[in-house]
Design a protein around this ligand. Structure first.
Ligand code: CA
Length: 257
C-alpha cells in the first residue's frame, strides 16, 4: 500500500525541564497501591509516604477498581496476583473505562508472559519483584513527571499532522480521520517524541530515557516494542507494514516523514 505523505506542520522540541522540578517539589500525588500482601503494602506505603506521596491501598481487584473510580489516583501500582480478579483484569478494565493514569505492574515472577501481557493490556511499565524501593520510587517519579509534568506544561496551541493523523498538543489528544484516538500518556509521549524528531532513528534505550524518563539500565526494551506496536495499531493503516512509525534494523525506531 502506498503511504500518503503530508509534511509535518510543526516541529516540536522537548520542552524546558524547569516545570518538572516545580512539579516534583509540590508532591502529594495520590498513588494507589494494589497489593494483597499486607506486609508488602505497608512497606510500600511507608516508603511512598515518606517521599511525600499520598497513598491509597486496595487489597483486592474490586477494591482497586472502586478506588480508581472514586479517588482518581495519579498513578497505580498494580500487583498481578490478587485474591479475586487479577491485576491484568484491573488494568484492562480501567483502560476500557478510559482511565489513562500511569499503571506500573508489579510482577512476582520474572516471567515473560506476565511482563508482556501487562503491557499489552495497557500498563505503562512493570517492575519485577523483588525490587528496591529506590528503583520503584525513581520509576514512579519518572512516570508522574512524564504524565503530568511536561505534558501539562504545553500551553501554546500546537498541532501537528501526518497522513490522516492530527496531534493536538494543547489538549493532549490525537485524532485520526477526525475521530479521537484513545492513547495513554505514555503512548502520547512516545508519539510526540518521535514525530518531533522526524527521520531520526532512536535506539530503544534512548527512547526509554527520553520517554519513560529512566536511566536505560532499569528500563526494558520490550516496553518500547509493545508501545510502538500499540501506536501502529491505533494510527497506521497497515500496522504490520507501517508507513510512519518504522523499524530501523539494528537500531530501533524512527518517525519517517
Ligand atoms: Ca499478590
Amino acid at each position: 500500500m502506498e503511504c500518503r505523505r503530508k509534511p509535518v506542520e510543526a516541529d516540536l522540541r522537548p520542552h524546558s525541564s524547569d516545570v518538572w522540578h516545580e512539579k516534583e517539589s509540590v508532591g502529594g500525588e495520590r498513588i494507589l497501591i494494589v497489593e494483597d500482601e499486607r506486609a508488602v503494602a505497608r512497606g510500600l506505603e511507608y516508603g511512598l509516604t515518606s517521599e511525600g506521596f499520598t497513598v491509597l491501598w486496595a487489597e483486592t481487584g474490586q477494591q482497586a477498581l472502586e478506588l480508581a473510580r472514586s479517588q482518581d489516583p495519579h498513578l497505580i501500582l498494580l500487583d498481578i496476583r490478587l485474591p479475586d480478579i487479577s491485576g491484568f483484569d484491573v488494568c484492562r478494565q480501567l483502560r476500557v473505562e478510559g482511565k489513562r493514569q500511569p499503571i506500573l505492574m508489579l510482577t512476582a515472577r520474572d516471567e515473560e508472559v506476565d511482563k508482556v501481557l501487562g503491557l499489552e493490556l495497557g500498563a505503562d511499565d512493570y517492575v519485577v519483584k523483588p525490587y528496591s524501593l529506590r528503583e520503584l520510587i525513581s520509576r514512579i517519579r519518572a512516570l508522574l513527571r512524564r504524565a503530568y509534568g511536561d505534558l501539562a506544561a504545553v500551553s501554546e496551541e500546537e498541532r501537528l499532522t501526518f497522513g490522516d493523523v492530527e496531534v493536538d498538543l494543547e489538549r493532549l489528544q490525537v485524532y485520526r480521520r477526525g475521530r479521537l484516538v484513545d492513547l495513554t500518556p505514555t503512548e502520547f509521549r512516545l508519539l510526540r517524541y518521535l514525530v518531533a524528531n522526524p527521520d531520526r532513528p532512536f535506539s530503544r534505550d534512548a527512547l526509554i530515557e527520553a520517554v519513560w524518563g529512566y536511566d536505560s539500565s532499569i528500563g526494558d526494551e520490550r516496553t518500547v516494542d509493545v508501545h510502538i506496536r500499540h501506536l501502529r495499531e491505533k494510527l497506521e493503516d497497515d500496522p504490520s507494514n507501517p508507513c510512519w512509525l518504522v523499524t530501523v534494523r539494528g537500531i530501533g525506531y524512527k518517525f519517517e516523514r
